[in-house]
Ligand binder design. Structure first.
Ligand code: 7RM
Length: 667
C-alpha cells in the first residue's frame, strides 16, 4: 500500500515537474531570437489590439474597415476582433486573385489515381464557387444556415466551403472517414439544412460509399432539406426525393454570385472535435480573425512566397485542411495541393513522387505517416527528385526523434527547414513553431519551438500558479487573446467556458502539457486530459467508451491510451462482461464493430481485454490512471491509490494483462 502511494506521488511529480524534454534536440543554431521576431513579439504583447488591427487592414480586403480592434477577455470567455469591419472571406480568397492573375493555379488536385493531377486556376475556382453558391441559394440556403460537407479531398469540396462562405452560410466539414452515425450526430447538433457529398469516394484504390453513408445519416435528421451529390466516380447511386445532382444543377446557374458582406464576427464555420467528455464539440470560428491568422501563419511559418506550390497532405475534414489547404494558402493567393490519396498508395513512394511531379516547395504532414514510411526504407524517397522542397512541416502530435531525423535528413537532405507546428482546432492556426525566426536563420534546422507573434504561452503548476522558471514543465496555457482563436462551442457557450477558461481563470487552457527549455523554447509533452491522439487524430476516451457501452453484454468499459509504433498512440480497452456465459472473443469483435459504426474505423481499440472488474474509487469513479499505468508499463508509477475501493483489483488486472501480453508480443 505504502509502495503504491509512493508510486502515485511519483506519477504526479512526473506530470508536473515534467518528464523533461520529450527528447534532447540539437541546439538551435542561429534561431535564438532575431531582432525582427523579438520586436514583433514585444509589440504584439504590449499592444495586441493595434498590432493585429494594422495587420488586418494590410492583409485583408475589406468592404468596411473595422473601428474596434479587440473586445473582451478570457475571464469572461468571450473575445471579439475587428468590430465594425465587414468583408467576405470567399472574395478575399478568390476574387482579388482572380482579378489580378486569373490564370494562376489555385488548386492542384492530386487524385487518388497516381499521375492524374488536375489544375484549377483562380478564375475557374471562382466560377465553380459562384455556381455552387447559386445552386445553394436556389435551394433555399441562406446566410446563417448550416451546411454539412461530407466529401473527399477534391476541388468541389473546396468550392463547397467557399460557396458557403460566399453566401454567409456556415459549413461544417465532416471527415469522410466518419461513420453515418457520427455524421448524423454532427448534422443534428448543427441543425444542418443541407449536406454536400459525392456519389462515392476513392482512396488507396478502394471505393468508399459516401452517398450510402449520407442516406443512413440523414434518415434521422429532419433538418436536412436537400442532399447535393457530386460525381467522383462513374457509378450510379440511388437518388431519393431530396437528392440533387450537384454538377448538373451548377451547370444551369450563373458563374457570377455577388458575395454576401459579413461582419467580422459572424460565424464562418464550425468543426467538430473531441474533448474529454463523450460528445464532440462544434468549435466555432469567425470570419476576419480566423482568416487573418491563418494567412499570416501560412506565410511566416512556412516562408511561403508567391509562386510556391504548397503541399499539405492532410484531409480537409480536419482543421489542418481548413487552415493550410484552403483558407491560409488561398487568402495569400497561393497554389495549394489537394492530396486525395494515402502515403502508401500505390507504394510508399507516393508522397515523394508527388513532390517531384508537382514541384512542391513546402510539404506539411503528420508524424504518423513519417513513422510508417521510414519503416519502408530510404529508397522510396531517394528515387525521386526533392530539390523543389524548401520547408518541411509536421503537425498533429508530438514528433519523435527518429521521425524528425528521417524527415530532416532523408526527405529534406538536411537542406530544408523543418517546422514542428503545435496548434489545435480551437486555436485556428499555428501557435508554436520554430518560425518565424531571425532573418538569415532560415536555412538552419530549426527545432526550437516558440510562440508565433501575438501568442503568449505560459506554463502553470499544479496549484494554478504561473511558472516563471525555465527547464520545467507544466500545463500549457495562453495568456492573451489572438484573432484566430475559437469563439464558442456551437449551442453551448457554457461548455466553452468550462472546457477552456475555468481550470486557470483568466487564461486559455490548451489541455496539453509542455516543457520549457533552458533557452525558453517549448516542447509539447502531450495531452493532460482524457483525449487520445491516434495517428494525429483527436479522440476522447469517453467517446469510445460510450460507443462500447452500447453492447448489451458489456456493462462497464474503460479506454486508455498506450504508445503505438506508428499511430503514436493506440486505444486499449478494458471491458467487463455481464455474465460468465458471454464469449469474450465474440463480444470483443462485436464491440469493435460497434465502435466502427458509431464513430469511425480509426477509433476501434487495438486491444480489448476482458476483466472481472475495473479499478474504482470508493465513490465509484473508474481510475483510468491505474489502467494507463498498467498498459504503459508504469506499474511502479501508479501513484496515490488511497481512494481505491479495493486495491486487490490492481494485481487481478495486472495478472490478466500479463497473460494477454504474453499472447500479444507486439504490445
Ligand atoms: C492541428 C491539430 C490538437 C492536439 C493538441 C496536441 C496535439 C498538435 C502537435 C501536437 C505535439 C505538435 N489540431 N498536437 N500538434 N502535439 N506537437 N506539433 O492537430 O485539434 O486535431 O489536435 O494535437 O495534443 O492539443 S487538433
Amino acid at each position: 500500500m505504502e509502495a503504491l502511494s509512493r508510486l502515485l506521488r511519483a506519477l504526479r511529480q512526473r506530470l508536473w515537474s515534467g518528464p523533461g524534454a520529450p527528447w534532447p534536440r540539437p541546439p538551435a543554431r542561429g534561431c535564438s531570437g532575431g531582432s525582427d521576431y523579438r520586436e514583433l513579439c514585444a509589440r504584439a504583447a504590449r499592444e495586441p489590439g493595434p498590432f493585429w488591427g494594422a495587420l488586418a487592414r494590410q492583409t485583408l480586403l475589406w468592404d468596411t474597415p473595422h473601428h474596434t480592434d479587440c473586445e473582451g477577455d478570457f475571464a469572461r470567455g468571450r473575445v471579439r476582433w475587428f468590430l465594425g469591419g465587414r468583408l467576405n472571406v470567399a472574395a478575399n480568397c478568390l476574387d482579388r486573385h482572380a482579378q489580378h492573375s486569373p490564370n494562376r493555379v489555385a488548386l492542384i488536385w492530386e487524385k487518388d489515381e497516381p499521375g492524374t493531377e488536375e489544375r484549377v486556376t483562380y478564375r475557374e475556382l471562382l466560377e465553380m464557387t459562384c455556381r455552387l453558391a447559386n445552386t445553394l441559394k436556389k435551394n433555399g440556403i441562406k446566410k446563417g444556415d448550416r451546411v454539412a460537407i461530407y466529401m473527399p479531398v477534391c476541388p468541389l469540396a473546396v468550392a463547397a466551403m467557399l460557396a458557403c462562405a460566399r453566401i454567409g452560410a456556415v459549413h461544417t466539414v465532416v471527415f469522410a472517414g466518419f461513420s453515418g452515425e457520427s455524421l448524423a450526430g454532427r448534422i443534428s447538433d448543427a441543425e444542418c439544412k443541407a449536406v454536400i457529398t459525392c456519389n462515392q469516394g476513392v482512396r488507396g484504390g478502394r471505393v468508399i460509399e459516401l452517398k450510402k453513408t449520407v442516406d443512413e445519416a440523414v434518415e434521422n435528421c429532419p433538418s436536412v432539406k436537400c442532399v447535393f451529390v457530386a460525381q467522383r466516380t462513374a457509378n450510379k447511386v440511388h437518388m431519393g426525393s431530396r437528392d440533387i445532382l450537384l454538377e448538373e444543377e451548377m451547370a444551369k446557374e450563373a458563374s457570377v454570385c455577388p458575395p454576401e458582406i459579413m461582419d467580422s464576427e459572424d460565424m464562418l464555420f464550425m468543426l467538430y472535435t473531441s474533448g474529454s467528455t463523450g460528445k464532440p464539440k462544434g468549435i466555432v470560428h469567425s470570419q476576419a480573425g480566423y482568416l487573418l491568422y491563418v494567412a499570416l501563419t501560412h506565410k511566416h511559418v512556412f516562408d511561403y512566397k508567391q509562386g510556391d506550390v504548397f503541399g499539405c497532405v492532410a484531409d480537409i475534414g480536419w482543421i489542418t485542411g481548413h487552415s493550410y489547404i484552403v483558407y491560409g494558402p488561398l487568402c495569400n493567393g497561393g497554389t495549394t495541393v489537394l492530396f486525395e490519396s494515402t502515403p502508401i498508395y500505390p507504394d510508399p513512394g507516393r508522397y515523394w513522387e508527388t513532390v517531384q511531379r508537382l514541384r512542391i516547395n513546402q510539404f506539411y504532414c503528420a508524424p504518423t505517416a513519417l513513422r510508417l514510411l521510414l519503416k519502408h526504407g530510404d529508397e522510396y524517397v531517394k528515387k525521386y527528385d526533392r530539390s523543389s522542397l524548401t520547408a518541411l512541416g509536421s503537425v498533429g502530435e508530438p514528433i519523435n526523434r527518429e521521425a524528425w531525423q528521417w524527415f530532416y535528413s532523408v526527405v529534406g537532405e538536411e537542406r530544408c527547414t523543418l517546422v514542428d507546428t503545435w496548434w489545435q482546432t480551437e486555436t485556428g492556426g499555428i501557435c508554436v513553431a520554430p518560425r518565424p525566426s531571425e532573418k538569415g536563420a532560415e536555412i538552419v534546422p530549426a527545432i526550437a519551438m516558440r510562440p508565433f507573434y501575438g501568442i503568449t504561452p505560459v506554463l502553470m503548476d499544479e496549484k494554478g500558479k504561473v511558472i516563471e522558471d525555465n527547464n520545467v514543465s507544466g500545463a500549457l496555457c495562453i495568456a492573451q487573446p489572438w484573432p484566430g482563436m475559437a469563439r464558442t462551442i456551437y449551442g453551448d457557450h457554457q461548455r466553452f467556458i468550462e472546457a477552456y477558461f475555468k481550470t486557470y481563470p483568466g487564461y486559455y487552457f490548451t489541455g496539453d502539457g509542455a516543457y520549457r527549455t533552458e533557452e525558453g523554447y517549448y516542447q509539447i509533452t502531450g495531452r493532460m486530459d482524457d483525449v487520445l491522439n491516434i495517428s494525429g487524430h483527436r479522440l476522447g476516451t469517453a467517446e469510445i467508451e460510450d460507443a462500447m457501452d452500447e453492447h448489451p453484454a458489456v456493462p462497464e468499459t474503460a479506454v486508455v491510451g498506450y504508445p503505438h509504433d506508428i499511430k503514436g498512440e493506440g486505444a486499449f480497452a478494458f471491458i467487463v462482461l455481464r455474465d460468465d456465459t458471454a464469449h469474450p472473443e465474440i463480444v470483443s469483435k462485436e464491440v469493435k464493430a460497434i465502435v466502427a459504426s458509431k464513430i469511425a474505423k480509426y477509433a476501434v481499440p487495438d486491444h480489448i481485454l476482458v476483466v472481472k472488474r475495473l479499478p474504482k474509487t470508493r465513490s465509484g469513479k473508474i481510475m483510468r490512471r491505474l489502467l494507463r499505468g498498467i498498459v504503459t508499463g508504469n506499474i511502479c508509477d501508479l501513484g496515490d491509490i488511497t481512494t481505491l475501493d479495493d486495491p486487490s483489483v490492481i494485481t487481478e488486472i495486472l495478472d490478466t494483462y500479463e497473460k494477454y501480453k504474453a499472447q500479444h508480443p507486439t504490445l
